[in-house]
Design a protein around this ligand. Sequence first.
Ligand code: 4NP
Length: 160
Amino acid sequence: MRRGMPVESTPSILFVCLGNICRSPMAEGALRGRAAAAGLDLVIDSAGTGDWHVGRPPDPRAIATALLHGVEIGGYRARQVQAEDFHRFHHIFALDHSNLTDLKRIAPAGGRAALSLLLDMVQGRAGQAVADPYYGEAEAFERSWAEVDEAARAILGRLF
Ligand code: 4NP
């Protein structure tokens, strides 16, 4: 699996939150973990709509939460989403409604990516957001992990 190097024939998925240090790297890690366990080749990446944390690793609480679930995300580095991502990825998943609004604003004409809320993939959760755990406690990160991992499971179920 490659990070950030989508190939035409391989399904490619981008997760987008605000800072790219909490929710979207956890979503990336959850899907990478599940795809690897299933032996599936996917291009998986994450990005933020904001640029405050570009180049930085995920929040230590996100790293710790992922590790509790057996997934190493400490090597990820934040980047800002680009209009070009709509040409590079098949699916772009927004973690919350404001991420979705921001993504619609930068979406270029002719972009191929299917854009939706991440929890639209989960039965009974359509239209809902993965709450931002940044100002919360460790439990908030655990809740976020459970949500993005459930979504990762649903994505694999739908794609394969
Ligand atoms: P994320 O969380 O969007 O899940 O990565 C946040 C990280 C940083 C900030 C906000 C949300 N921030 O304001 O710096």
